[in-house]
Ligand binder design. Structure first.
Ligand SMILES: *Cc1c(COP(=O)(O)O)cnc(C)c1O
Length: 363
């Protein structure tokens, strides 16, 4: 069996060490006599797993004590509703920045629940940049400001944390969480679907400052109320047990290679292999602004839709899977999350060189 380099935007690669650990304990976890998939979430064994998962994530991200970590389901998309239902309940106002499709979906969903302002958007240039914003850009009485920190589809990332003053900043970090250190204390809420960089699909992480809980709308569905979930230690109902277990293994793997500082160093070098090549030639073009480039999702085009198609198909046949760009953008996208080894990116660049040589563009 040959494993391929999987450049999928999500679900995506998991570290080999984690897959092997899963395999080793798949049928019988320690002395429990059963698989983690078969365990009661109320059992002693599982209680240790979920507590350890939280402790490891706290250690990894250096999460302050006045923040809760919630393990929930429904994907990041459910948070598009949960955020306004929980937080847009003082002045019933929220400010949104749209830098891609997911932030736009979040912005649209929030409009159902109050006065939502589009503070800035990068749609004028096909979301290839991140707007530069200052405190004055936000309404002082907004209940929160929402951003998407890494734009999975377009391949851009905020290279700064916008200053929102006392207004809580909410960030969708689905495609960049635990790729590098972030100062959690600068955020009111961080949420992320786990299937990009943490675990199999089915788990969503919410990190929330404690004082922001308990002010939800009266009619909020109970499963979306952060306070309900926090008060029950993410066990109000059955949590995504297996995903939390795998996430714990992923956290342990990152801790073993130097935590988020170590991870960042690896990720910076890894994405530089691709960006340096892109900058060194003119067959392929990286459409994103340099200073807004994502470390996790690298987009590029040949400028010819037919060639792009050929590239994606030949790359797939050569073992570089899922490199076709998002259907709304076209071109190519290499998602190179934590688990993608640097060798995978080096090999991809070699393939790109070869492809360019074999497919000269018509003048
Ligand atoms: C993938 C993704 C989503 C959607 O996540 P689901 O878990 O599928 O709902 C939202 N935001 C960002 C930034 C993403 O990358």
């Amino acid at each position: 069996m040959n494993r391929v380099y999987n450049f999928s935007a999500g679900p995506s690669m998991l570290p080999m060490e984690v897959l092997e650990a899963c395999q080793k304990d798949l049928i019988c976890y320690q002395n429990s006599g059963m698989s983690v998939m078969e365990m009661s979430h109320r059992s002693k064994e599982y209680d240790a797993i979920i507590k350890d998962a939280e402790a490891k994530l706290r250690e990894l991200m250096n999460i302050p004590d006045n923040y809760k970590v919630l393990f929930v389901q429904g994907g990041a998309s459910t948070q598009f509703s949960a955020v306004p239902l929980n937080l847009m309940n003082k002045n019933k106002k929220a400010d949104y920045v749209v830098t891609g499709q997911f932030s736009k979906k979040a912005y649209k969903e929030a409009q159902k629940y109050g006065d939502v302002k589009l503070v800035a958007s990068s749609e004028d240039k096909n979301n290839t940049y991140i707007p530069k914003l200052t405190k004055e850009d936000f309404r002082p009485d907004a209940d929160y400001v929402h951003i998407c920190f890494n734009n999975t589809i377009y391949g851009t990332k905020w290279n700064y944390i916008p200053d929102t003053g006392d207004i809580p900043l909410v960030a969708d970090m689905s495609s960049c969480i635990i790729s590098e250190p972030v100062d959690v204390s600068k955020f009111g809420v961080i949420y992320a679907g786990a299937q990009k960089n943490m675990a199999p699909a089915g788990l969503t992480i919410v990190i929330i400052r404690e004082d922001l809980m308990g002010n939800a709308r009266e009619d909020i569905p109970v499963m979306l109320d952060y306070k309900t979930i926090a008060d029950a230690d993410s066990m109000y109902n059955t949590p995504p047990c297996w995903c939390i277990y795998v996430a714990k293994l992923v956290y342990e793997w990152i801790l073993s290679i130097g935590g988020l500082e170590g991870m960042k160093e690896i990720n910076e070098k890894k994405c530089a292999v691709l960006y340096d090549y892109l900058d060194s030639q003119d067959y392929y073009v990286a459409p994103t602004e340099k200073e807004a480039r994502s470390m996790m999702n690298v987009t590029f085009v040949t400028g010819d839709a037919e060639l792009d198609k050929k590239f994606a198909s030949e790359a797939g046949a050569a073992g570089f899977k899922n490199i076709k760009g998002h259907r709304s953008v076209g071109g190519m996208r290499a998602s190179i999350y934590n688990a993608m080894p640097t060798e995978g990116v080096v090999a991809l660049v070699e393939f790109m060189k070869e492809f360019a040589k074999n497919n000269p563009k018509a003048e």
